[in-house]
Design a protein around this ligand. Structure first.
Ligand code: FAD
Length: 510
């Protein structure tokens, strides 16, 4: 039987002053505003945010979808972006974690069976990396050698799959200008009161005396979650059983003569881990920790011992988890107001981008928004958030190297969700993930992500066999070629200089 559509308000056909009000002025709000004005230009959009409250100002790492999202989807000119925001290139993450030697999670193919450069090798690359995960891809080799792009036969730089490191403040300033130029109306005011009915939010009252009505509200108010969390009371589902960290102490120093690395470093600490992110003039570090296992003062001291050049520090509190639904009635939450997972894989901007993309598509489908639009959105978002939770949890559980109480608890008590099955499969089949291809096809991190953490940490498996470089000449030759290509590559300063003057262009994102 065909289900009849229920009688519902048509959100975008109401006689409101605004079609969409976006609450917030941080990354999430600006990304949402940029996407709506680009793809739904007929809608009247108002942004309300308070410069007195300000933005969180963190959020520097991105994932490999960022180039496609900014330059293709939002239509932001790459040259202008590189000249004004001056992001640096991120080829992946270097983990100093769970293994005696550092290993890399790169954005392109590395350990999986689908690696195109393995023709002469009869097994997936991961199987040759037992106890030594170095030089398994061009990106990894460039990372080992402190370079960013290889040089092709005609002298053209070859940049592997990439993401950006962004300074959050300059990224936000750029998006602020971009959205204003594209016609987004903005108000600087604090939302003091919210009027809600059975159908959702009717209006918001501001500290300047104005009351704003709208058909649809996008809540990008950060951790305050003013509309979804506070006004509508949507429950928050904690990921605390999987992810124990809930604070960070952050600081940095001015770049001196340090190598300008094209990767984020993630390094195990006593009660968590520490990031290092590279910019033109700054090197930023932060220690993400669990307040159950270390005090703020002890974390700060450990952080400073490791990073004596750090100047000022600040402590940031957060909770990992997501609201049960992120689209409720006429409120859609995007960014930290919807949910947050600790920044280990720098997924927040990627998650916002994908939520915005999905929302814009749904607002374009059919003759108006119905409950089915909300259901589709909520199902997809829940899957994405759970995939993030499970993948991050898998970073912690297999680490056998660190022995502090925090790491022992991670080994014993981490809830892995769906990652448990992937770990179980790996423990039997080893790095041959062809059998999981179907399962991981729609996973945000895919086989490569999981293999990076399992092969990199040398997680035990029954299929272990010795295909090391000393035993396999083809593998040894392959590694040597990659080693040479990485060593002879070009460094960050030179590549960025070429990018910012337009003498190289970014490869087309796939
Ligand atoms: C330690 C840490 C590290 C992180 N690292 C990364 C990373 O590497 N990569 C990444 O992608 N993300 C990272 N994040 C996530 C980061 O916070 C987000 O990417 C992003 O910068 C914040 O986005 P937002 O727009 O949701 O929130 P915010 O920047 O907090 O913006 C909220 C906005 O809402 C406004 N607002 C709130 N309440 C009201 C009100 N009542 N009235 C009016 N205006 C209001 C505020 O003024 C502000 O403009 C990290 C987070 C933490 C805590």
């Amino acid at each position: 039987m065909i289900k009849q559509p229920t009688q519902e308000r048509d959100l975008l056909a109401e006689d409101s002053e605004w079609d969409i009000v976006i609450l917030g002025g941080g990354t999430a709000a600006l990304i949402a505003a940029a996407a709506v004005t680009k793809h739904l230009p007929h809608l009247r959009v108002l942004m309300v945010r308070s410069t007195k409250i300000g933005i969180s100002g963190v959020g520097e790492g991105t994932i490999a979808t960022i180039g496609r999202f900014l330059h293709d989807y939002l239509g932001i000119d790459p040259l202008q972006f590189h000249q004004e925001v001056r992001p640096s290139i991120k080829l992946g993450i270097q983990f100093k974690w769970g293994s005696e030697t550092p290993y890399h999670y790169t954005f392109g193919p590395q350990f999986s069976a689908a690696n195109p450069i393995q023709q002469k090798l009869d097994r997936p690359i991961g199987e040759y990396c037992h106890a030594d995960a170095s030089y398994a891809s061009l990106a990894s080799s460039l990372m080992y050698h402190g370079n960013v792009a290889a040089i092709g036969p005609d002298g053209t730089p070859i940049l592997p799959s990439y993401a950006y490191h962004l300074e959050n403040q300059s990224f936000v300033r750029f998006l602020e200008r971009h959205t204003t130029q594209n016609g987004v109306q903005k108000l600087d005011a604090i939302v003091q009161q919210v009027s809600a009915t059975e159908d959702g939010i009717e209006s918001i009252s501001l500290d300047n005396g104005e009351t704003i009505k709208s058909s649809l509200f996008i809540d990008c108010s950060g951790f305050r979650s003013e509309l979804l969390g506070k006004a509508l009371g949507e429950p928050f589902i904690s990921f605390g059983d999987s992810l124990f960290c809930d604070r960070a102490v952050a600081g940095g120093w001015e770049r001196n003569d340090e190598t300008y690395y094209a990767f984020t470093t993630a390094e195990a600490m006593e009660a968590g881990w520490s990031w290092r992110i590279e910019h033109d003039d700054l090197i930023n570090r932060g220690y993400v920790y669990s307040s159950r296992f270390i005090s703020d003062e002890a974390a700060e001291s450990e952080f400073r011992r490791k990073n004596p050049k750090v100047t000022e520090t600040r402590v940031i509190r957060f909770r990992s988890g997501v609201h049960r639904r992120t689209w409720v009635k006429n409120v859609i939450a995007i960014g930290n107001s919807a949910g947050f997972v600790e920044p280990l894989e720098a997924t927040a901007i990627g998650m916002m981008s994908s939520a915005v993309d999905q929302l814009v598509s749904l607002l374009s489908c059919g003759t108006g928004t119905r409950q089915i639009h909300r259901d589709v959105f909520n199902d997809a978002q829940r899957t994405d958030w759970e995939q993030c939770r499970d993948f991050l949890a898998l970073h912690y559980q297999p680490n056998k190297l660190n022995q502090s109480p925090f790491w022992q608890a991670c080994r014993n008590d981490t809830f892995l969700g769906e990652a448990q099955e992937i770990l179980d499969f790996y423990s039997v089949a080893g790095p041959d993930f062809r059998g999981l291809q179907h399962r991981l096809k729609s996973n945000i991190f895919g086989a490569e992500g999981y293999l990076a953490m399992l092969v990199g940490q040398n997680a035990p498996h029954a299929a272990a066999s010795d295909r090391s470089a000393t035993k396999c000449p083809d593998w040894s030759q392959f590694k040597n070629q990659l080693n040479d290509a990485g060593r002879q590559g070009i460094g960050m300063e030179e590549y960025l200089q070429r990018l910012r003057t337009g003498s190289v262009t970014l490869p087309v994102a796939t």
